[in-house]
Design a protein. Sequence first.
Length: 499
Amino acid sequence: MSLPSVDVVIPTAGRPSLRTLLEVLSHQPPPGRLILVDDRRDPTGPLLPGEPPPGLAGRLEALRGPARGPAAARNAGWRVCRAEWVAFLDDDVIPTPTWTRDLLRDLLGLGGDVAASQGQLRVPLPTGKRPTDAERGVKGLETARWITANIAYRRSALERLGGFDERFPRAYREDVELGLRAVRSGLRIVGGERTVLHPARPAGPLESVRRQVGNADDALMLRLHGRAWRREAGVPAGRRPQHLFLTAAGAAALAALAAGRRTPAALGAAIWLLGTAEFAASRILPGPRTLPEVSSMLLTSALIPPAASVFWILGLLRTRGARPVPGRPEAVLFDRDGTLVLDVPYNGDPGRVVPVPGARQALDRLRAAGVAVGVVSNQSGVARGLLTPQQVAAVNRRVEELLGPFGAWEVCPHGPEDGCGCRKPAPGLVLRAAARLGADPRRCVVVGDIGADVEAARAAGARAILVPTPATRPEEVAAAPEVAPDLEAAVELVLGGGG
């Protein structure tokens, strides 16, 4: 039995721990491509000070990430992969020396109903002392299900599921959300033997309070998957009901005090004080009970309930109407000039229409797969007086004669100075084409040759694939979330090798 093909994707915000991870991988035979997604918001300076580990020469590929969080970075990484499997690692873990060999062994012979293989994670803690609250929190990752610090997904499953939900901006719940969609769709996630270490790094005294922003992600999970999501995903219930109750008691005490109602104020304050003391004790007693730890627990135990409650309520308000991320796209929208046909500036002559190589084959493959196709095109020559709408329509008819029918044609006749909402990079053309095709913009892909096409897709909530031409600027290529060398390769990305 042949070994499975595997690419490795590592999203990173530039943490110093990345070098340790790469040093370990440099001493192991590569399973496939090693793709590093540079997701720093301010990518000034090198991602890795100094040279990469010598063992990675020619093996490490850097990709500029969209800087919208780890979910979007992972999506950018796996969408350029070609292997059957995509293994994800976080930039703060340390694989064991046999991680690559164990990975291939874990994936060997898995059935087609298996979407993912979950590796193991170990958190080494100092011996001879009780762990701090922060260390116990990190230790809990050992039993977390579907954690992306050490998981491999079948690429076809990622395509089918639509990848990670980019509405999760933090490294929190985006992995559980994808896993839950996978198992609900009838796929399996199995365990593996490969192991990574996740050191518990020092945390500031208010780190536990800052982590309460994750309650907003829990609110999104509730909107997307209902009340049963915790049970199905094996996520502990936590203390949110108690936090809400304590926050309400404290707020009621303050309101009663402001109104001069001493008895209700005293009752509310007593409830808040007793509840906060119980919460603090539950965190202090298992720990080292040093003065700094106790002081931190007392302060943060008073701050965590209101912080958790505020983020939870804000999350509920912001996610009204949220629906799970869709899978395979419903429609692919193409730029015309430079993407489907050779770019002839301000062309009004149907006789000068020449398709780019492979355009008809790529479009027919999408049609055969049941994916709608449309065109979104800026035609500022109309506003400039260089073209008439009738000439634009005649050229479009010739494009259809050569490339087959399109379900939607959306054309912007305005110039850059007109300030319209349709001219790319504005989202108007994409939104109108999606509506004409009866498609959700989030389930559309926009394929174009310049940065304006990519930005229009992003503004509409669609996926973007750039197919560069000699006219495409290098900075546009670097900023694109996905790049394909030609239309056939772009369709391969859309269909994930299927169709």
